[in-house]
Design a protein around this ligand. Structure first.
Ligand SMILES: [Zn+2]
Length: 73
């Protein structure tokens, strides 16, 4: 898999990323598996991982202002 920005090879890694669930609500997902570019730090989230993240966000809902969860496959 190659970076869509600079064309370098992407590496699999885990990171923490914030996702907005509403106007003022953010969910931080820790331990998230992503493919990250070693050159420009651009990252890509696979569809299967994104689907899982969406189900986590659905479960939390837009009520929480800030929630930190751990991604578990
Ligand atoms: Zn890149």
């Amino acid at each position: 898999m190659k970076c869509h920005v600079c064309g370098s090879e992407l590496e699999r890694t885990v990171t923490s990323l914030p996702f907005k669930t509403g106007e003022d609500s953010v969910v931080i997902v820790k331990n998230l598996p992503v493919a990250q570019c070693g050159n420009c730090r651009e990252y890509l989230i696979e569809d299967v991982v994104m689907a899982r993240v969406e189900s986590i966000l659905d479960r939390i809902g837009p009520a929480a202002e800030l929630e930190v969860v751990r991604y578990a496959a």
